[in-house]
Design a protein around this ligand. Structure first.
Ligand SMILES: O=C(O)CCC(=O)C(=O)O
Length: 338
């Protein structure tokens, strides 16, 4: 499908995640998410020690890996510490159940459908649409207009949606994360309890064609001094030559933000393809292959972009969740408690 769109089809289907979402209590979820946002309203960031400032023991990963990777069944926290220190990223294979993530592709389709403003085709689409038209009231006061409309348009145009637009999807994801031990992994890595970001907790199905000049480091707009960890979960088979865009990465431990480079960068926080090609990096750019349920971890210094190419034939689905230290967080990313 040349546009990367996956139109939601009417009709019956089996999808346990959609079913579970439909059984949730939206009122309860909404008040929980509002409270999470409220918890940070009067909290000021403190520049505490960051995970990347701490010297860590080096773990040996198998030979021949461009990006360090480990199976979820063998994972220990030092894999994450060590890989972040040497390459700025780690892939944990099979961290989430493949079937659950495949179900999430449907949820992401419905979320995209919900935000496009067109009439909904079936009962499930209408219901999920309702979930996405019911954001926490605190969110709009924390992101006053025109910022909220700008953020929504930015996501709609690029093929993404903010999780907090649906309190039930957000709460469901937090329960899923807790069930596989993500809260403990993130706290152990950051060295402090984590919070999340309302702006950078995103369901993704990137619109094709992909922008060539989308290289960026999230620290360019989050700030450099923060304590961060992003968990990017692939919800379908993507990357490499799979036919669906994964992620292009420069697997290198960077500790500063690079300039935009001359000319073509798309935003004042992005880096042009030309600047990347002429950089002095000793590491090659790579585009790993992901299966549904694999997770890529990285922080606000990693240079990455949605995998660039013009021969993609399938949409790609992913869930991006940025975590920050409960003390050392970027206020501009609208933090919420966990
Ligand atoms: O999913 C993508 O293609 C882009 C994700 C991204 O840029 C990020 O997680 O910071």
């Amino acid at each position: 499908m040349a546009t990367g769109e996956s139109p939601v089809k009417a009709g019956s289907y089996q999808n346990s995640v959609v079913d579970e979402l439909l059984q949730r209590d939206p009122g309860k979820d909404l008040s929980r998410i509002n409270q999470r946002l409220l918890d940070y309203v009067n909290r000021e960031p403190v520049s505490a020690l960051r995970a990347i400032d701490i010297k860590v023991p080096q773990v040996t990963f198998p030979e021949g890996q461009d990006v360090p990777e480990i199976n979820a069944t063998e994972f220990e926290i030092n894999h994450l510490r060590s890989a972040m220190a040497s390459h700025g990223c780690l892939i944990i294979r099979g961290l989430f159940n493949r079937r659950t993530m495949a179900d999430f592709c449907r949820v992401i389709d419905l979320a995209m459908e919900a935000t496009n403003g067109k009439p909904k085709q079936d009962e499930h689409a209408a219901h999920i649409s309702e979930m996405f038209s019911n954001p926490p009231s605190k969110f709009s006061s924390l992101l006053p207009e025109p910022s909220l409309s700008y953020a929504r348009k930015f996501h709609r145009d690029g093929g993404s949606a903010m999780c907090v637009e649906s309190a039930s999807i957000s709460e469901h994801l937090l329960e899923l994360y807790a069930s596989v031990g993500i809260k403990k992994i993130v706290a152990d890595y950051l060295g402090e309890a984590p919070c999340l970001s309302a702006l950078k907790w995103v369901l993704r199905r990137p619109t094709l064609p992909i922008n060539r000049d989308g290289w960026h480091q999230d620290g360019a707009f989050m700030g450099q001094g923060i304590n961060s960890l992003n968990m990017w979960i692939a919800a379908n088979h993507c990357g490499g030559k799979s036919g669906a865009p994964g992620m292009d990465l420069l697997p290198q431990r960077l500790t500063e933000i690079l300039g935009a480079g001359e000319g073509e960068a798309v935003f004042d926080w992005s880096v042009s393809d030309h600047a990347m090609k002429t950089s002095q990096s000793k590491h090659a750019v790579i585009a790993p292959v992901f299966e549904a349920g694999d997770a890529l971890f990285f922080d606000h210094f990693l240079l990455h972009r949605t995998q660039y190419g013009n021969d993609f034939i399938r949409p790609r689905y992913a869930i991006e969740t940025w975590f920050f230290g409960e003390k050392n967080f970027p206020r501009n990313q609208v933090p919420l408690s966990w």
